[in-house]
Design a protein around this ligand. Structure first.
Ligand SMILES: *Cc1c(COP(=O)(O)O)cnc(C)c1O
Length: 474
C-alpha cells in the first residue's frame, strides 16, 4: 500500500519511537557527553517536527532523523559566543566585538585569569593597593595626563564624570554635539541620568565660544562643567562652526569651570589613516590644548579591550574615583591585564604592527590588493567555473563611530555563484562550522581582506565551498 493512501495517524506511527532512537549507537557518545536528558529532549524536538512532516505525507526514515538529532546536538553543544572571521572590512565592528586583541594582550589576560594577581595589593609594602594605579603611569606617559582611571567602557566613563563633577548643577553642551552614539546612548539622556542638568548652547550647525561664555555668565547659572562631545558617527559639512579645544579651554578658565571632552575613540596614534593625519587629535593633543579631563574607549582606535579611560587633572580624577558610581562601573582584572599589555606596545613603539586594529587601519592599499588577488585565485581554483570571481576596488571603514566619513581604500574579492542566491550563501557562511561574515552588495558576496587576521585567508575558499555544499543539501 502507498503511504499517501493511509491515514495521517498511520504515517506518524511509522516514525521510530524515542526509545529506539535513544538506543541507537550513533547517539551513544552524545549521551556520554551531554547527558541522557539533553539527548532525549533533542530527539523529542526533532520527532515533533517529523510528525508534522509525516502528516503531510513525507515520512523521514530513522537515518534522516538521527542526522537531524546530531546536527541539533552539535549546535547546542557549541558555545554561543563564537570566534568568527570578519571579512566585512569594518575594523572596529561593534557586532563582531570591536578590536581584536594583540597576542601580547591575550597572553597577559591568560596569565592573570588562571590564578591570583596583585589587582588591589601593593607587593612592595604588602598592603591594600589601587587597581587604577596599575595603568595610571602608562596612561600618564602616553597622554601627558597627571592622573587616570579606567572603568567598564566609555559610556560608563561619561556617566561617572558627569555624576561626580556636575550632579545637581549645570553642564553646557553645544546643540551640534547632543548626539546619539547608538545602543540608546544619548548625551542628553546620560546627562539626565547623572543628575546634572543640560544647558544647550548654539545651533545645530554653528556654535561659538561666546555662546559658552554667555551660558556661564547668565544670572543664576550653576555651571559645573563645559562638555565637548565628539560627533563620532556622523559629520557635519557646509555652513558649520564649532570652537576648538583651546578656544573652549580659554572660556572655561575665564569662568573657573573645568572643560571635559568625551573623545569617543580617543587615539594615541598620531597620523592614523592611510595618508597620515585624518584630523583626529590624539588624547595627548586634546589635553595639551587645554581639556581638563577627557574620556575615551579602550576598544575603539586604541585597539585594546572594552574599557573607558578618564584622564586629566588629578583633583578631577580623584573626585571621579571616590564617587559611589565608580564601584558600580569598575573594571575587572582581565581588562586591566589586556589594557596594560596594549599600552606597553604603544610605549615600546610597536603598536603599528602589533595592535591588530591599528595594523588593519594602516594596511597599505598595495598589500590589500595583493592579498585580494591571491584570495581570488585560490577561490577560483577551489570553487571552479560555477563561481564567478573578480577583484574590485572598494572602501573599508573604521567602524564603531570612529573616523566617520573616512573611506579607507581597499580591494574586494567579489563572488557570484550560479544557482545560489547570494543572501542564502552569506547565511550559510555565517552558520557554518567556522562562521564567516561577509558583505552582500548588488547580488554579490564581497570579501575585504583588510579585516582578515594573518593566516585566515587560506581557509576562506574551503568555507565558501562548504557553504555552497550546505546550500545544495538544503
Ligand atoms: C563610542 C562613544 C561612546 C561610548 O563608548 P563605549 O566604549 O562604546 O561605551 C561615548 N561617547 C562617544 C563620543 C563615543 O564615540
Amino acid at each position: 500500500m502507498i503511504a499517501g493512501q493511509k491515514g495521517s495517524g498511520d504515517r506518524r506511527r511509522r516514525l521510530p519511537p524515542v526509545h529506539a532512537l535513544l538506543a541507537d549507537a550513533r547517539l551513544e557518545s552524545w549521551q556520554e557527553r551531554l547527558g541522557r536528558d539533553v539527548v532525549r529532549r533533542g530527539v523529542a524536538a526533532v520527532l515533533a517536527v517529523a510528525r508534522t512532516q509525516a502528516e503531510a505525507g513525507d515520512v523521514p526514515d530513522a537515518a534522516a532523523i538521527l542526522d537531524r538529532v546530531e546536527r541539533r546536538l552539535r549546535g547546542e553543544s557549541r558555545p554561543r559566543l563564537r570566534a568568527v572571521i570578519n571579512a566585512t572590512g569594518i575594523v572596529l565592528h561593534t557586532g563582531l566585538g570591536r578590536a581584536p586583541l594583540a597576542a601580547e594582550a591575550v597572553e597577559a589576560v591568560a596569565r592573570v585569569a588562571a590564578g591570583y594577581s596583585n589587582l588591589e595589593f601593593d607587593l612592595q609594602d604588602g598592603e591594600r593597593g589601587d587597581r587604577h594605579a596599575l595603568v595610571a603611569s602608562a596612561l600618564g606617559e602616553l597622554t601627558g595626563a597627571p592622573a587616570a582611571m579606567v572603568v567598564n567602557n566609555n559610556a560608563a566613563a561619561v556617566l561617572l564624570l558627569l555624576a561626580a563633577l556636575a550632579a545637581g548643577r549645570e553642564v553646557v553642551v553645544s546643540r551640534g554635539e547632543l548626539v546619539e552614539i547608538g545602543g540608546s546612548f544619548r548625551i542628553p539622556e546620560v546627562l539626565a541620568q547623572s543628575g546634572a542638568s543640560l544647558v544647550e548652547v548654539g545651533t545645530t550647525n554653528r556654535t561659538y565660544a561666546r555662546d559658552y561664555t554667555a551660558a556661564t555668565k547668565r544670572p543664576g547659572a550653576t555651571v559645573a562643567l563645559l562638555l565637548k562631545v565628539h560627533q563620532s558617527n556622523f559629520r557635519q559639512v557646509g555652513f558649520t562652526a564649532a570652537p576648538g579645544i583651546a578656544e573652549l579651554a580659554a572660556v572655561a578658565r575665564g569662568g573657573g569651570i573645568p572643560l571635559a571632552y568625551d573623545m569617543g575613540s580617543g587615539t594615541l596614534w598620531p597620523g592614523l589613516g592611510p595618508q597620515g593625519a585624518v584630523g583626529e587629535p590624539t588624547v595627548r593633543e586634546a589635553l595639551a590644548a587645554g581639556a581638563d579631563v577627557v574620556t575615551w574607549s579602550g576598544d575603539k582606535l586604541l585597539g585594546g579591550p572594552q574599557a573607558g579611560v578618564l584622564c586629566g587633572r588629578a583633583d578631577l580624577i580623584r573626585h571621579c574615583a571616590r564617587h559611589p558610581l565608580a564601584r558600580a562601573v569598575r573594571v575587572d582584572k582581565l581588562t586591566l591585564a589586556a589594557l596594560e599589555a596594549t599600552l606597553a606596545l604603544y610605549r615600546e613603539g610597536r603598536a603599528a604592527q602589533a595592535v591588530p586594529a591599528l595594523r588593519m587601519l594602516r594596511r597599505p592599499p598595495g598589500e590589500l590588493a595583493r592579498e585580494a588577488e591571491a584570495l581570488a585565485a585560490a577561490c577560483g581554483r577551489r570553487l571552479g567555473p560555477r563561481v564567478e570571481v573578480t577583484v574590485v576596488a572598494g572602501a573599508s571603514a573604521a567602524g564603531a563611530g570612529a573616523l566617520a566619513a573616512v573611506e579607507l581604500p581597499t580591494a574586494l574579492v567579489r563572488l557570484r555563484a550560479r544557482g545560489a542566491a547570494v543572501s542564502e550563501w552569506a547565511a550559510a557562511l555565517r552558520t557554518g562550522e567556522v562562521p564567516l561574515v561577509a558583505r552582500v552588495q548588488d547580488d554579490a558576496l564581497l570579501l575585504d581582506p583588510r579585516t582578515l587576521l594573518p593566516g585566515q585567508s587560506e581557509g576562506v575558499p574551503d568555507l565558501l565551498a562548504a557553504a555552497l555544499t550546505a546550500l545544495a543539501a538544503g
